[in-house]
Design a protein around this ligand. Structure first.
Ligand code: ATP
Ligand code: MG
Length: 263
């Protein structure tokens, strides 16, 4: 996720293309495509934009490369992207290639920029409005037929399995979880960089959906509002709450931020 991390951010233009990604593109007939590094995540994974086909028939894709699919994997992300296709704006999967621990996910490029691009960071009012509108749009979908879970129990169990910590993640939380407010389809990695805006500043799409799943809406709201402080520090987050259409509730926000940190 896009927590502030020493590793995460825009990689240099000279970032080498991982050998497995290059081989995967070759196998798909995209060996001559032009790659531009776009993002490096906290786990060392890379995202590139991929352009090929020439001006007459351009093919624009995004390629995510994950060096170690053991934890939160691109396989998991592809599964969720395929499910949400046609339900909510998100990248369409072109291919998923897995070999040993390495994974490559190719998606069709969406015509937008992340909410933390220089353009939208310079216009926090529009960006925060789009972040609120986008989350509201996702949360207004019917969650009933979604097969993915992102509830508290599920997250704690997953954290126990993968963390190898000495202290249990659950022990870091207050005993009483807040009562359920509303079960919705949660983004699961709700932060400004995972929201794309259209050219006019409106919400375009959500990306990075490896944890998409059903949960209380405050699981998303608590973390998205926390991410605003990193990406739009000093700006009044009331615009976000207003666009979503809810008043912040301190105890729910506190619980779900602790859960985020614990898991
Ligand atoms: N299909 C797409 N169309 C347009 N932009 C995209 C697409 N896929 C990814 N991006 C861009 O690449 C960036 C990185 O993608 P993504 O958030 O999925 O990577 P990540 O490594 O999982 O990120 P994180 O650091 O949050 O874990 C996004 O913020 C977005 O700007
Ligand atoms: Mg991301």
């Amino acid at each position: 996720m896009s927590l502030p991390s020493a590793l995460a951010g825009t990689p240099s233009a000279e970032t080498p293309v991982p050998a497995f990604l290059q081989r995967s593109l070759q196998a798909l007939g995209l060996g001559a495509a032009q790659l531009r590094p776009v993002w490096r995540n906290g786990a060392g994974g890379l995202t590139f934009s991929v352009a090929s086909g020439g001006a007459a028939a351009p093919i624009e894709l995004y390629a995510k490369w994950n060096p170690d699919g053991a934890g939160e994997s691109l396989t998991q992300e592809a599964e969720r992207l395929r499910w949400i296709h046609g339900r909510h704006p998100a990248p369409a999967v072109v291919d998923l290639i897995v070999e040993g621990p390495e994974e490559v996910l190719l998606t069709r490029a969406l015509p937008g920029e992340s909410a933390v691009s220089p353009r939208w960071k310079a216009d926090p009012d529009l960006a925060l409005r789009a972040l609120g509108n986008g989350l509201r749009r996702l949360h207004d979908l019917e969650p009933q037929d979604c097969p993915f879970d992102w509830g508290v129990e599920h997250r704690l169990r997953a954290a126990e399995r993968t963390s190898g910590r000495t202290s249990s993640p659950a022990a870091q939380l207050p005993e009483d979880a807040p009562s359920l407010d509303r079960l919705v389809l949660c983004q699961g990695d709700p932060c400004a960089p995972n929201t794309l805006l259209a050219a006019d500043g409106s919400f375009l799409a959500h990306v990075d959906l490896a944890r998409l799943g059903v949960a209380d809406r405050w699981a998303d709201l608590a973390v998205m509002s926390m991410s605003l402080a990193w990406n739009f520090s000093g700006y009044d987050e009331a615009v976000f709450w207003d666009a979503y259409g809810i008043e912040p509730e301190a105890h729910r926000i506190d619980y779900y931020r602790r859960l985020w940190d614990a898991t």
